[in-house]
Design a protein around this ligand. Structure first.
Ligand SMILES: Cc1cc2nc3c(=O)[nH]c(=O)nc-3n(C[C@H](O)[C@H](O)[C@H](O)COP(=O)(O)O)c2cc1C
Length: 198
């Protein structure tokens, strides 16, 4: 599929049919996604794959009972066939920008980063993964990191890394509960692009 088509076709899917994702295949795809740009070649992004046998445990730690009971999406999401935790090692960015060819940036001090490149890199790698999944005939939902980060990292035995986001992967079963985000009226894509005029 053409890149243009892939970009337009990729949409978050939050209800899956239970098809498992093959773990070795997913690991390879994640490694391919890491062709994404990385600031200063810091290479501080990590993907951690969760195979079908651990998905139940992941949801138990990433959500709480009250949410699982009330969410209209939980049943569809829990039928995902694989999960990827996207994490970053911010210390590698700060160390890299303290090297002799980068030190002039002042970014060897973490408090000086106007835009933390570890988040930027993580977003780039995540988007690459979403497009590769789409190209491979899989669908995905992205969960931002806004709850239970510490518990998830501890459960996954990940140390010295921050959780950026979680990608839930599967085959769409067509039962998606439409996201309230999609009912918002937003400016057109074209209107969000403008030439600088002076
Ligand atoms: C940083 C980020 C965080 C997001 N977090 C969530 C989330 O926690 N739960 C969810 O269902 N969707 C989440 N989304 C998906 C957005 O809701 C979705 O991309 C948006 O509504 C546009 O829909 P589309 O991607 O299908 O075009 C997130 C997307 C981004 C980029």
């Amino acid at each position: 599929m053409e890149l243009r088509e892939l970009l337009a076709k990729r949409r978050m899917v939050r209800s899956f049919d239970g098809t498992p994702v093959e773990s070795a295949w997913l690991s390879n795809l994640c490694a391919e996604a890491l062709w994404a740009p990385t600031a200063g070649n810091s290479a501080g992004i990590r993907f951690h794959t969760i195979g079908p046998e651990l998905i139940g445990g992941y949801f138990e730690v990433a959500t709480d009972e009250e949410w699982r009971a009330r969410s209209r999406r939980f049943e569809g999401l829990r039928r995902c066939g694989g999960v990827v935790l996207v994490t970053s090692r911010r210390t590698e960015y700060v160390a890299r920008y303290g090297e002799s060819d980068k030190r002039h940036s002042g970014l060897d001090d973490e408090s000086n980063w106007p835009v933390p490149y570890w988040h930027t890199d993580a977003a780039m790698a995540t988007m690459a993964l979403l497009l590769l999944l789409e190209e491979s005939g899989w669908q995905a939902a992205l969960w931002g990191n806004f709850r239970r980060e510490d518990e998830i990292l501890r459960w996954a035995r990940i140390v010295d890394q921050d959780l950026f986001a979680t990608v839930l992967i599967g085959k769409a079963d067509g039962n998606d509960v439409v996201s309230s985000s999609l009912t918002r009226t937003v400016p057109s894509r074209a209107s969000r692009v403008s030439p600088v005029e002076r």
